[in-house]
Write a protein that binds this ligand. Structure first.
Ligand SMILES: Cc1ncc(C[n+]2csc(CCOP(=O)(O)OP(=O)(O)O)c2C)c(N)n1
Ligand code: SF4
Length: 275
């Protein structure tokens, strides 16, 4: 991020940030702010809504409008803002715990509504802030503070969930692919309807430490080795896909969002209001 981008979007005096060395949240934030800059977003026209957790602390550092909400509920607040202030750029930034564990219900209904909110989900495969408990994205067989003998469950594919629930734009990236991540965020922000960018990310302090990747750079290597550009991934035979995951734009469509319906609701509510 350039100094100019930092000065435009970061609160003076807010740094240093609270994230551990090697955590992926800072790289994700940098990509998001560069995307804002490229799209010409003004801080006053932009709202960043967060939930709770290490990822949810991100709004502390911003000069944009920011709303720090309850755990799992960021998308409900973001939907309300977009419905009644459609001219604003509304971005919800959440951890995997926030978005698809405690907030799973809000997540699928935000996709179903397909209203113009952009969701950035930092998936670090566990509940980072509270001590590394297993989440719905903890890979099968891996270790967490609540799966000491290996996770017996399968993990959610957050992007597949967003696709079937009705989102218009779905993408995945990693902090290893910082510039591509920025490009995907720009496309997500510019797309009509609900957009998701999943950022698979290192959490060296919790998930990494328990899974032979105690340094952030080891997780970055793991992400580099297992991420496959989606065009190449789709050509792989099923056996070749094992253990890998696709990155890039996984889905882009132009299904109607319900913005026009909310326009009607706002107009009727204004008419019904006593003078
Ligand atoms: C309703 C509610 N339940 C539980 C908590 C405790 N809590 C705080 S942060 C957190 C984990 C957040 O994990 P995640 O969303 O994956 O974000 P990360 O810290 O990994 O970035 C939990 C369970 C809470 N604050 N509120
Ligand atoms: S505990 Fe994990 S997610 Fe939280 S700041 Fe540290 S590395 Fe990042």
């Amino acid at each position: 991020m350039t100094h100019a981008t930092g000065r435009k979007y970061l609160r003076p005096g807010a740094l240093p940030h609270m994230w551990c060395a090697g955590c992926g949240i800072g790289a994700m934030l940098g990509a998001l702010l560069r995307a804002f800059e490229e799209l010409g977003y003004k801080p006053a026209d932009t709202v960043v809504v967060t939930g709770i957790g290490c990822t949810g602390k991100l709004d502390d550092y911003l000069l944009t409008n920011a709303l720090h909400t309850t755990h799992g509920r960021a998308l409900a607040y973001a939907t309300g803002i977009k419905a009644f202030r459609p001219q604003l750029h509304v971005v919800a930034v959440m951890g995997d715990g926030d978005s698809v564990n405690i907030g799973g219900n809000h997540f699928i209904h935000a996709c179903r509504r397909n209203i113009g909110v952009t969701a950035i989900v930092l998936n670090n495969f566990n509940f980072g802030m509270t001590g590394g408990q297993a989440s719905a994205t903890t890979p099968e067989g891996s270790f967490s503070s609540t799966t000491s003998y290996g996770n017996p469950e399968r993990a959610f594919d957050i992007c597949a969930l967003a696709e079937v629930a009705g989102a218009n734009y779905v993408a995945r990236s990693t902090p290893y692919h910082g510039w591509e991540m920025q490009g995907l965020m720009q496309r997500a922000l510019a797309n009509r309807g609900f957009s998701l960018v999943e950022v698979m990310s290192p959490c060296p302090t919790q998930f990494g430490r328990r899974n032979d990747m105690p340094e952030g750079v080891q997780s970055l290597h793991w992400l580099q080795q297992h991420a496959v550009p989606v065009e190449r991934f789709r050509e792989l035979p099923p056996a070749g896909r094992a253990g890998c995951f696709p990155i890039g734009t996984l889905l882009e469509r132009d299904a109607p969002d319900f913005g026009a319906n909310y326009d009607r609701v706002r107009a009727r509510a204004a008419e019904a209001r006593p003078a």
